[in-house]
Design a protein around this ligand. Structure first.
Ligand SMILES: C[S@@+](CC[C@H](N)C(=O)[O-])C[C@H]1O[C@@H](n2cnc3c(N)ncnc32)[C@H](O)[C@@H]1O
Length: 279
């Protein structure tokens, strides 16, 4: 089937389960997966042929609400393609804000720590953007570490990325060691879980999202302990939920951090940059 025809059919089919704009984007993602080009370059290949049976199978699965990233086993982050599988959280575009906040810091070399590495997109992107950096990355999920290892190999950063299985700070034995600690922690409260999209609840790992009664359990651990692991002048950068600004400000003040909060593309407070020393 020609790409042009497949594009038309995919947009039509996907519009039945999501809004038109997103349906077009997902149609581009499906075709870019077949053509092995970036989504926006699909328009250059409208006359190419793709395998019809595989294409319809993808649309069928997507109609059952399975997230496209899990169907294609591919996700995009900071302009790069990453491998992903069910059992590991699909990286979100909002998390790119965290990367851009980090890249503006004067941290060019040394070791950083990521807590809750998931598929590895944050740590690997930072290593690719800063070639003199090394990273330790922790996750409690063996599956997440396996996927991160695969992505690190693809991008040839496995010799600069040390993966550790364990519970938050617990397996990090050496301190202080890090120029920065980055994290997109679980931050959904038990109450909020019920309000999430069916797609998320049915397919994504609950333990990658839930953070206690209030949703701030992991962020509070960061604020309470990160200082012990950071070198003098180090930075803590972490993501927060769209409605958590007030609660997080209170915690930041309680644990005596200096801070700045950055907003996401929709205008919600999304990323905290915190530090202890006066700068
Ligand atoms: C919101 S996901 C973020 C994943 C990835 N960094 C990203 O931005 O796509 C949170 C991650 O924290 C991990 N996690 C949850 N509880 C943990 C714990 N107690 N210790 C270490 N990692 C944990 C989950 O397995 C998951 O991979």
């Amino acid at each position: 089937m020609k790409v042009s025809k497949a594009f038309e059919l995919a947009e039509e089919s996907l519009s039945q389960i999501e809004d038109k704009e997103y349906a077009r984007w997902e149609a581009l993602l499906i075709l870019s997966h077949f053509l092995k080009v970036s989504p926006l370059n699909v328009y250059l290949y409208l006359d190419k042929e793709i395998p019809e049976e595989k294409f319809f199978k993808i649309l069928e699965e997507r109609k059952k609400k399975k997230p496209l990233a899990y169907i294609l086993k591919e996700t995009h982050f900071w302009g790069r393609s990453f491998y992903i599988e069910e059992g590991v959280l699909i990286p979100r575009q909002d998390t790119e804000i965290l990367v851009s906040v980090f890249l503006d810091l004067p941290v060019k070399e040394g070791i950083i720590l990521e807590l809750g590495v998931g598929a590895g997109v944050i740590a690997i992107t930072l290593l690719l953007e800063k070639s003199n950096l090394k990273a330790f990355a922790v996750d409690i999920s063996s599956k997440a570490l396996e996927i991160t290892r695969k992505n690190a190999k693809t991008y040839k950063v496995e010799d600069r990325l040390f993966l550790i299985k364990g519970n938050w700070f617990t397996p990090v034995l050496e301190k202080p060691l890090f120029k920065a600690i980055v994290s997109n922690p679980p931050y959904i409260s038990l109450k909020e879980w019920g309000t999430l999209d069916e797609e998320v609840k049915l397919f994504e790992p609950k333990e990658a999202l839930i953070s206690g009664e209030k949703g701030t359990e992991f962020q509070e651990k960061l604020l309470k302990f990160a200082d012990e692991y950071l070198l003098k002048g180090g930075f803590l950068i972490f993501e927060i939920g769209y409605n958590q600004g007030k609660m997080i400000r209170e915690l930041l003040n309680f644990y005596k951090w200096h801070f700045k909060i950055f907003r996401d593309f929709k205008g919600y407070e999304r990323v905290v940059l915190a530090w202890k020393e006066n700068i």
